[in-house]
Design a protein around this ligand. Structure first.
Ligand SMILES: O=C(O)CCC(=O)C(=O)O
Ligand SMILES: [Fe+2]
Length: 321
């Protein structure tokens, strides 16, 4: 039933940054409509250096090729997988028990403990000594994606006609996290009933995905059709998460997506991907924007802090035991 002819909309972020008033207006409209109606949008002209993405992938590959017992040194006991290494099959989608067929590493924001948005919950970053450039490259990529995300969030606020920093202020010095994922070939490791990434919605505001190294990512359209997402070189794919759904009172619902298993032995290759989850600062209260709260009052969800919401979700996906 899948029709691969449907493509997710493509926008150019430089049109918003430095374009004519018409180009800016068009970016705001297409970007906002795409998230609302499709839940996914491809962004070019995002300003994230391609060389930095390549260097980071090289480091990521070097790390995941290390033996499991070396990688396990970088798991933080009781750390809910929020920093360092999380082993194969540990995370599962909400409402599932079988773990996803992936292992990953999380890089968090480096904030001084005196910063008002510092949270002791998530601990400091870890760095693999076996890959010396890992720290510089992943933090560089974190910074570049953070900057691009802030610009996108400003455009999204303009889409809603609210103060331009409405969303970007939530994410400024917030709890965003860069996830570096390794999906090994299934012939090497398989958990019966397992999927590379079972269908789920992201927890956060928006997610920026640098192109994965192989296909497999699919999104569920608002009308219930699974379609493949091509993440092309030079483009970042953006999707909407649960927290954005809460603050927009479901005007922009969270988008369901998954990473399917390779369909044949010849496609059974390693896959790497690098989603950047844009999170608010921990004490940020998630509640519908005034402009959206009149739209669907019956379904309005009670306010909750970003931190409490994240903790709840981490329990649901098996990272807090
Ligand atoms: O690997 C991908 O392309 C997507 C991963 C993903 O959806 C996630 O980790 O939330
Ligand atoms: Fe996801």
């Amino acid at each position: 039933m899948s029709t691969s002819v449907r493509r997710i909309p493509l926008v150019n972020l430089s049109h918003y940054r430095t374009g004519t008033p018409q180009e800016r207006a068009r970016f705001i409209q297409v970007f906002g409509d795409a998230l609302k109606e499709f839940g996914f949008v491809s962004v070019e002209g995002h300003g994230v250096d391609d060389g930095l993405i390549r260097r980071t992938y090289t480091d990521v590959e070097r790390f995941f090729q290390l033996p499991d017992d070396v990688k396990r040194h970088y798991t933080v006991p009781g750390g809910a997988g929020q920093r360092g290494y999380t082993g194969y099959g540990q995370e599962h989608a909400k409402n599932r028990t079988v773990g996803d067929l992936k292992e990953f590493w999380h890089v968090g924001r480096e904030l001084d403990s005196s910063h008002p948005h510092f949270s002791p919950h998530y601990g400091p970053n870890l760095w693999p000594e076996e890959v010396p450039s890992f720290r510089t490259n992943t933090l560089g990529l974190f910074g570049a994606l953070d900057e691009a995300a802030a610009v996108m969030l400003r455009a999204l606020a303009e889409y809603f006609g609210v103060a331009r920093d409405t969303f970007s202020a939530m994410a400024q010095d917030g709890n965003s996290i860069l996830r570096l994922i390794h999906y090994p070939p299934l012939k090497e490791r398989f958990i019966p009933g397992g999927v590379r990434a079972a269908e789920h919605e992201d927890i956060n505001l928006i997610t920026l995905l640098c192109e994965g190294t192989a296909s497999g990512l699919e999104l569920l359209t608002r009308d219930g059709e699974w379609i493949p997402v091509d993440t092309l070189r030079g483009q970042i794919v953006v999707d909407s998460g649960d927290m954005l759904s809460r603050v927009t009172n479901n005007v922009i619902p969270a988008t369901t997506h998954r990473v399917v298993n390779p369909k044949s032995p010849s496609e059974d290759t390693t896959r790497y991907s690098m989603p950047f989850f844009v999170h608010p600062y921990p004490k940020c209260v998630l509640q519908p924007l005034p402009v959206t709260s009149t739209m669907d009052t019956e379904k309005m969800l009670p306010p909750i802090t970003a931190d409490a919401f994240l903790q709840q979700r981490l329990r649901e996906i098996g990272l807090i035991k």
